[in-house]
Design a protein around this ligand. Structure first.
Ligand code: AMP
Length: 282
């Protein structure tokens, strides 16, 4: 695996590669890698001739300074893991490389309602920051495919929109969520959970599964309220449990029994914020 820290370095390296091969796969991450990230890399290697990953803890997507400060960093281990799992190129820019001129006003991406609902509502500015970093990374790497996790469902919808509005020639591949044995979605933030909290946090997935098993056409209000109450009663500070149309995230209170749905949740356990989702009708 080659590690490249500069834009010039990765641009010339990939230019050479592009002259011979057609597919470059890209797995952007913020590090603290776990098996979920590695599954993206494995998908990438199946589809593309070259697997590029990046580690960049993007400051502009943290709406909470404390969350940024506490974000886990395990760089040495990450490099080892990527190399062992067949990553070809690791792009490792620092903040100055990504955002060299702080005086340039930030572009605003028109994300429509995606920006103000669910994660957008509770993390103002988050998706603008995500778009700023991902657009920059995509323009540098110019991948044929970018691999992202369903775990961050709304983020996937945002990136789909970004690719459309910026006319970027990259295909988004959404990969399934990897979970711990108890059902807890793998996340870099899980490193901040105690053993007991890790066990308790499995209640989120359990609740989502419960809704999936009990959903019927008609009003969904009681089912959503029961799910929220269950989590609140189990020491979570719930931000939302919502059911939405899987294709556009329009919130659904009354279901026709046919439309594809997704249930999404965000809740704190202690001071760690966790998100998860599952499709209710595949
Ligand atoms: P992050 O490092 O948290 O920014 O995540 C980098 C990529 O890994 C994103 O596309 C995430 O959606 C994806 N990812 C995070 N957790 C998981 C998981 N448990 N399973 C699959 N993909 C994941």
């Amino acid at each position: 695996m080659i590690i490249i820290k500069t834009i010039d370095g990765i641009t010339s390296r990939l230019r050479k590669f592009r002259s011979i091969h057609s597919s470059i796969g890209f797995v952007p991450t913020m590090g603290a890698l776990h098996k979920g990230h590695i599954s993206l890399l494995q998908n990438c290697k199946q589809v593309c001739e070259l697997a590029v990953s990046s580690i960049f803890i993007n400051p502009t997507q943290f709406n909470n300074a404390d969350d940024f400060k506490k974000y886990p960093v395990t760089l040495e281990q990450d490099i080892y893991t990527l190399e062992k799992n067949g990553c070809d190129v690791l792009f490792l820019p620092d903040t100055n490389e990504m955002y060299p001129d702080e005086t340039i006003p930030k572009k605003h991406f028109d994300l429509g309602q995606l920006e103000i609902i669910l994660e957008g509502k509770y993390r103002p500015g988050h998706f603008q920051g995500v778009c700023q970093a991902v657009k920059r990374l995509l323009e540098i790497v110019m991948p044929s495919h970018v691999f992202m996790g369903q775990k961050d469902y709304q983020q996937c919808m945002v990136i789909k929109k970004l690719l459309e509005i910026e006319n970027l020639n990259t295909q988004l591949i959404i990969c399934t969520t990897l979970r711990e044995e108890n059902g807890l979605a793998m996340s870099s933030r899980n490193l901040r959970l105690s053993e007991k909290q890790r066990e308790d946090a499995a209640a989120i997935y359990k609740t989502l599964r419960h809704v999936k098993q009990n959903i019927r056409s008609g009003s969904l209000l009681q089912l959503k309220k029961d799910a929220q109450d269950y989590l609140s009663g189990n020491n979570f500070k719930v931000e939302y449990v919502e059911i939405a149309e899987a294709d556009n995230l329009n919130i659904v209170d009354e279901w026709d029994g046919v439309t594809r749905l997704v249930i999404l949740a965000a809740a704190f356990i202690g001071d760690v914020r966790l998100i998860d989702n599952i499709l209710l009708k595949d």
